[in-house]
Design a protein around this ligand. Structure first.
Ligand code: NDP
Length: 245
């Protein structure tokens, strides 16, 4: 794909993705961050590759910030297509049944579900334009990739030792959001899918996780290269390319 936008790209898996897309010779990598002071590595890399990496301020829960990011992307693309939106930004409180409250539940839902919904809606005209002349969906031409988690699996949930209420419920909702949008927009020929990146060493995944962000991002890119229309609206484990139920 020639152009991609990744949310939450200043650290963790999102930043790993920026580095991997750079290797895969993408023309435009729009890498979003919330706060400059948490994004030094991204800015340093963008300085080295200013023709490709475009850091963009974006809070996925803030309408004004989303609108501004869309305008900046349009300006930079200068009539070219945006091929892929990766809704990667996400959060968790890691709270359990005994200590989670309504405010935490609502806030994680706002970040993990409402955010990707708003961002997708805002970038839809650009993705629709990229899909305009397609006969069938083509991930490389026009796609929305939502980073979910195997923790949203209804099958797996039957046997987990403990449950993160806000996170797991929000990722199940993200899965449904992806299916609803993917199906509703079927005529537009935009490819939608959900990816599980594995357990990754990030702020969210902690140091105990087996995968580095770079390795997880490499798996994601390989998975994106391998998936077909058969994966439309499906959750895929990027470690082995298998569908998750
Ligand atoms: P991190 O906590 O390391 O990074 C989260 C990223 O999301 C940061 O860039 C953060 O920005 C950004 N973000 C959070 N809220 C917002 C917001 N409102 N607007 C814009 N950006 C925001 O997490 P990971 O890299 O581990 O996770 C990335 C994705 O992968 C998430 O969706 C997560 O659920 C999923 N995932 C992660 C797994 C893991 O083991 N790590 C396993 C399965 C799924 P800021 O720096 O400003 O806070």
């Amino acid at each position: 794909m020639k152009s991609v936008l990744i949310t939450g790209a200043n650290r963790g898996i999102g930043y790993g993705l920026v580095k991997q897309f750079l290797k895969s010779k993408t023309d435009h990598v729009f890498a979003t961050y919330r706060e400059m002071d948490r994004s030094k590595e991204l800015f340093d890399l963008a300085k080295e590759h200013s023709a490709i990496i475009v850091p963009l301020q974006l809070d996925i829960t803030d309408d004004a910030s989303i609108k501004k990011a869309v305008e900046q992307v349009e300006q930079r693309l200068n009539g070219n297509d945006l091929n892929c939106l990766i809704n990667n930004a996400g959060t968790t409180t890691k709270l359990r049944f005994s200590n989670i409250n309504e405010k935490d539940m609502m806030e994680t839902y706002r970040q993990n579900v409402i955010g990707p919904w708003k961002v997708t809606k805002a970038f839809l005209p650009l993705l629709e334009k990229a899909a305009l002349h397609l006969k069938q969906r083509d991930i490389k031409q026009s796609s929305v990739i939502n980073i979910s988690s195997i923790m949203s699996s209804l099958e797996l949930a039957k046997n987990l030792p403990y449950y993160y209420y806000d996170y797991q419920c929000s990722k199940v909702a993200l899965n449904m959001l992806t299916i609803c949008m993917g199906k509703d927009l079927e005529k537009k020929k935009i490819f939608f899918s959900l990816l599980h990146p594995g357990w990754v060493k990030t702020n969210m995944g902690t140091d105990k996780a087996p995968l580095t962000p770079d390795a997880a991002a490499k798996n994601i890119i390989e998975c994106l290269q391998a998936i077909t229309n058969d994966h439309h609206c499906k959750l895929i484990d990027t470690r082995d390319g298998k569908k998750v139920t």
